[in-house]
Design a protein around this ligand. Structure first.
Ligand SMILES: NC(=O)c1ccc[n+]([C@@H]2O[C@H](COP(=O)([O-])OP(=O)(O)OC[C@H]3O[C@@H](n4cnc5c(N)ncnc54)[C@H](OP(=O)(O)O)[C@@H]3O)[C@@H](O)[C@H]2O)c1
Length: 291
């Protein structure tokens, strides 16, 4: 492990999937990662091994105070409590003055770190619009991605510098709009995974083996997202709703009611949104027949 200047370095607090991935990428970009702190020391040690830099510490270790920048990557629900606990550390009114604290949560504003601001820290948040199911996936996909950032001027300077080091794109997100912003990500990543899994189950019922359905769905979804990005939503839309093929839609609904009844309301809601996008109106009887 390389020596570094821990007095001006970064402390990563709560190193889960994102914390470890971002830690390793920043370390590879010569950002001095000094401390990795977790509520269990063995988790901190494990994260240090993955990141390849830093000293493992418990959250209450006073040496944490030597860091200049704090990156909080705990789960969202722990942020307020961790900020409270950190703010209690160190003696003297201005012990946090000159320090920067950032979190990576997409749905909460940086104001959740207010206890640290009250003690003099500059606070902010940087959120990657990316899905990180494991630290390794994050190392692969965080470079070049888009980051919503907000907060105090000095915190934003650090966030922008890091995003630049990772060849990403930083954009400002208003703190009061973060729930909407996060919802937009929810609609296209975990929701898509859930829909793809439901498609896999329908394919299995239709006799298509997993060895075919997985790569087939991958190809299909990749082409769909490519079309969306290149020609826009209206032109990318295909299928019976665009064609006004109400007979097929009725058959879909009947089959769905037998195969996966809990997905009927999902189908109906998505169909209505699709029809609006396609500029089409379903015959009134479609909804009556569907029930
Ligand atoms: N994963 C993604 O796709 C993704 C994408 C964008 C943004 N984010 C954001 O990144 C942050 C971390 O997400 P993640 O997916 O990396 O989560 P994660 O893998 O579940 O890691 C969360 C970390 O928080 C720690 N933690 C939980 N409660 C704590 C507490 N009370 N005190 C101290 N540490 C605590 C956990 O420690 P233990 O090991 O002790 O449980 C763990 O190391 C979240 O704000 C999330 O919204 C995630």
């Amino acid at each position: 492990m390389r020596k570094h200047n821990s007095r001006s370095g970064v402390a990563i607090i709560g190193p889960g999937r994102l914390g470890q991935a971002l830690g390793r990428l920043l370390a590879q970009s010569q950002v001095p990662i000094s401390y990795i702190a977790a509520r269990h020391l063995d988790r901190a040690r494990q994260a240090v091994r993955f990141i390849g830099r830093g000293r493992p510490l418990a959250l209450a270790d006073p040496r944490l105070q030597r860091a200049l920048v704090f990156l909080l990557t705990t789960s969202d629900s722990a942020l307020a409590q961790v900020a409270e606990e950190l703010a209690k550390q160190g003696s003297g009114k201005d012990v946090w003055r000159g320090k920067v604290v950032l979190h990576t949560c997409g749905s909460l504003p940086s104001a959740i770190l207010r206890p640290l601001k009250l003690r003099g820290a500059a606070i902010g948040s940087l959120h990657p619009y990316q899905t990180i199911p494991s630290p390794r996936a994050g190392v692969r996909n965080l470079r070049g991605c888009f980051w919503g950032i907000e907060g105090d001027r000095r915190a934003l300077q650090v966030a922008r510098r890091w995003v630049k080091l990772l060849q990403g794109v930083a954009f400002a997100i208003h703190p009061t709009k973060k729930t909407l912003y996060h919802l937009s990500a929810f609609l296209v990543s975990p929701t898509l995974v859930t829909l793809m899994e439901q498609s896999t189950l329908l394919l299995r019922k239709a006799g298509v083996p997993l060895g075919i359905s997985r790569p087939m769905l991958r190809q299909f979804v990749t082409e769909t997202t490519k079309n969306f990005a290149e020609i826009g939503a209206r032109s990318a839309l295909t299928g019976p709703a665009v064609r006004g093929d109400w007979t097929t839609i009725r058959r879909h609904l009947a089959a769905l009611r037998r195969a996966a009844p809990c997905f009927v309301p999902v189908y109906e809601t998505l169909l209505q949104a699709m029809l609006r996008l396609a500029g089409r109106k379903a015959p009134r009887r479609l909804w009556a027949d569907a029930r």
